[in-house]
Write a protein that binds this ligand. Structure first.
Ligand SMILES: C[S@@+](CC[C@H](N)C(=O)[O-])C[C@H]1O[C@@H](n2cnc3c(N)ncnc32)[C@H](O)[C@@H]1O
Length: 183
């Protein structure tokens, strides 16, 4: 079976347009930012992280691939995304949790994640897709995922499709929540 991170990217593919707008809400090492930058070559990618080291790592990765002219690297919480992104969003990615090589106390947190996901859902254009990779193997991740499932279950089914993609026999395994705004 494909990896969770690969599946998250594939869920976004139908929504990505060469001149579209996309966002990586948890930049980290920049792998998702690079994927989005290459997927919207004439568009704009917004990338957020609260750690300066993430911006440095991402800038280096983009440069190494000759990519990134369409990327805006933002050192701020994704919960402030509405201060930056003013146009409808084609695609957005959250990869929650912490960076394996960095300080594990710098992790995404329920309250700010819920705010950010709510704002990102509101920005989706018709046909736009948001993917959220959740890591229930640590306590904050488990609670974050439960809170997100509760919040996203309440979305209007006439306007949104909400998907849960999960290995149900491996409870600690990362899983995907995805939201598509219906056309
Ligand atoms: C699992 S890592 C992301 C990995 C990344 N997608 C990659 O390809 O390497 C999670 C990232 O979320 C960042 N983060 C935590 N809280 C945040 C917040 N409120 N806003 C934006 N980023 C945040 C962390 O600093 C960390 O770099």
């Amino acid at each position: 079976m494909k990896s969770i991170l690969q599946t998250a990217k594939e869920l976004l593919l139908p929504a990505l347009r060469p001149d579209g707008t996309a966002a990586d809400f948890t930049m980290g090492n920049g792998h998702d930012t690079l994927f989005l930058s290459q997927s919207v070559p004439r568009g704009t990618v917004w990338a957020f992280d609260i750690q300066p080291a993430a911006l440095q790592a991402t800038a280096a990765l983009l440069a190494a691939h000759g990519a990134g002219e369409n990327v805006r690297l933002i050192l701020d919480s994704h919960s402030n995304l509405d201060q930056y992104i003013r146009q409808p969003l084609d695609a957005g990615m959250f990869n929650l949790g912490y960076l394996p090589w960095a300080d594990k106390t710098i992790t995404t947190r329920r309250e700010t994640t819920l705010q950010a996901v709510g704002k990102a859902v509101d920005l989706l254009r018709p046909g736009g897709v948001l993917t959220i990779v959740v890591y229930p193997g640590h306590e904050e991740g488990r609670r974050e995922g439960e809170a997100l499932q509760q919040r996203l279950s309440a979305l209007d089914a006439k306007r949104y499709d909400v998907l849960l993609h999960r290995l149900i026999h491996v409870p600690d395994c990362p899983y995907i929540l995805a939201v598509e705004r219906r056309k």
